[in-house]
Write a protein that binds this ligand. Structure first.
Ligand SMILES: [Fe+2]
Length: 200
């Protein structure tokens, strides 16, 4: 979404500080109900081998950042955080974001130059998941990558906002380094479309 402004340097620095790699703190994520112990320690199967997975940690940004987002990015977001992917692995493991159905996403540090976001589907399941009526593992995730169908793989641009559907199964692959982003999470019901009349 190149029409949205780049994030000022002061907030980039704030995001790097907020999302510093740290030995947390799984307990906080578990207590907040964000993730379960099982999810944080999950192993996937890839090429018939068991592989450990990376995790995302999030860090709080300032009220000034939230204000900047309201004025410049989206006025009705429900959460914005700085996030870092860490762990001794090169895969995040296929998952559906929780609770973000839709997020504006701004990549600050890619991690490895090979890092790619890969979108998948499970055979027999819908591409876009319905997390609200889902009763299985929480958040929705798939452990057996050998049975997944790859839909697309992309390298997100650096320092540019993109719109991301978190309810499609996805994983960052081929990355073993810290990867930092900002997210602005949106409830799709708050979307408004501005349609300008065509001018000639
Ligand atoms: Fe995700």
């Amino acid at each position: 979404m190149p029409h949205l402004p780049q994030v000022p340097d002061i907030f980039i620095q704030q995001a790097r500080e907020a999302a510093k790699d740290r030995t947390i703190d799984q307990n906080t994520q578990i207590l907040k109900g964000i993730h379960t112990t099982d999810y944080l320690n999950r192993q996937i199967t890839r090429n018939k081998e068991s592989v450990t997975t990376r995790i995302q940690q999030s860090g709080a940004m300032s009220p000034e950042w939230e204000q900047w987002c309201r004025e410049n990015i989206f006025s009705d977001f429900f959460e914005t955080t700085a996030r870092i992917s860490t762990g001794a692995s090169d895969t995040h493991g296929a998952h559906v974001d929780k609770p973000a159905k839709v997020r504006l996403y701004y990549l600050i540090d890619q991690g490895d130059s090979t890092a790619e976001t890969v979108f998948y589907m499970s055979p027999g399941k819908s591409v876009v998941h319905d997390a609200e009526s889902h009763t299985g593992p929480n958040p929705i995730h798939e452990l057996d990558h050998d049975k997944l169908i790859e839909l697309e793989r992309v390298q997100f641009p650096l320092h540019q906002w993109i719109l991301f559907n978190g309810y499609v199964l996805h994983a960052v692959e081929k990355n073993s380094s810290p990867r930092i982003n900002l997210t602005v999470d949106i409830n799709p019901s708050t979307f408004r479309f501005l349609i300008h009349p065509e001018t000639t």
